[in-house]
Design a protein around this ligand. Structure first.
Ligand code: SAM
Length: 232
């Protein structure tokens, strides 16, 4: 079965965007994954195709209506494969991790609800039991870019997409650590040499050096990951 991203958005013209280029774009053209776009405005009931209204209780901005978002979600569930998880990209969500990306990539795909304005009426999030996922502690103007980030992270893990399965096994987060540093030619650049061990041909020593570097980097840059990796 083809991994399918079903997007709920008021800006379908943003897709595939960067997902149409490079690895993801090639895989999309080859049918290794599929993109299904649902325009939330198609479920509006007025002639202006409006999907938002003023916030109950007052305040700035607009809120996406529950009835309209729910109708769009029903359509997405109807079109996506059974058991496809439904996610709402939201700064309030659980941070997206490589572990969650791996799980999503193994499944049938994802239904991704992209918010706009101040967000979406809370009742639809409760009623549809939506998983809220954040791509970081900052606020974007809409969920579309966040959805692209999630899709890109999943697609590169699909069989036959990345081409080099070994590199996936060794990259950052694969074992709960950040990745070791990389070098390539020239051997010396502006007085900086490639670490001698990497030129030694001694695969055991290279693996040991890389492991140590990965541990050092993780310890110094991401103590949270380091502590977690020790519990794995
Ligand atoms: N009022 C919201 C808040 O303070 O939490 C922010 C709304 S934001 C302007 C509009 C939409 O962008 C959100 O509904 C969400 O879909 C998306 N978004 C913004 N930041 C995000 C993030 N860090 N991760 C995922 N989605 C995000």
């Amino acid at each position: 079965m083809t991994w399918r991203a079903t997007l709920l958005t008021i800006l379908p013209e943003m897709f595939p965007g960067p997902l149409g280029a490079s690895l993801a774009g090639k895989a999309l053209a080859e049918g290794k994954w599929a993109l299904d776009l649902i325009d939330i405005r198609d479920f509006a009931t007025d002639k202006h195709r409006s999907v938002d209204d003023t916030p109950a209780g007052g305040g700035a901005g607009m809120v996406m209506r529950a009835d309209i978002a729910a109708a769009a979600i029903d359509m997405a569930r109807h079109r996506a494969a059974p058991e496809t998880p439904l996610l709402y990209l939201s700064p309030r969500g659980q941070p997206l991790t490589q572990d969650r990306v791996r799980e999503l990539a193994k499944g049938p795909g994802a239904i991704l609800l992209c918010g706009r304005f101040e967000g979406i009426d809370e009742r639809v999030l409760e009623a549809c039991n939506i998983e809220e996922v954040s791509i970081g502690d900052y606020v974007l103007s809409g969920g579309e870019l966040a959805a692209m980030v999630l899709i890109d992270a999943c697609v590169r893990l699909l069989p036959g997409v990345a081409g080099n399965e070994t590199s996936l096994a060794e990259e950052s987060f694969a074992e709960g650590l950040l990745e070791y540093p990389h070098y390539t030619r020239p051997r010396e650049w502006e007085g900086r040499a490639i670490p001698e061990v990497l030129l030694s041909g001694d695969h055991k020593a290279i693996a040991k050096w890389r492991r140590e570097q990965a541990e050092e980097l993780t310890k110094s840059r991401r103590l949270d990951l380091w502590e977690k990796s020790k519990r794995r």
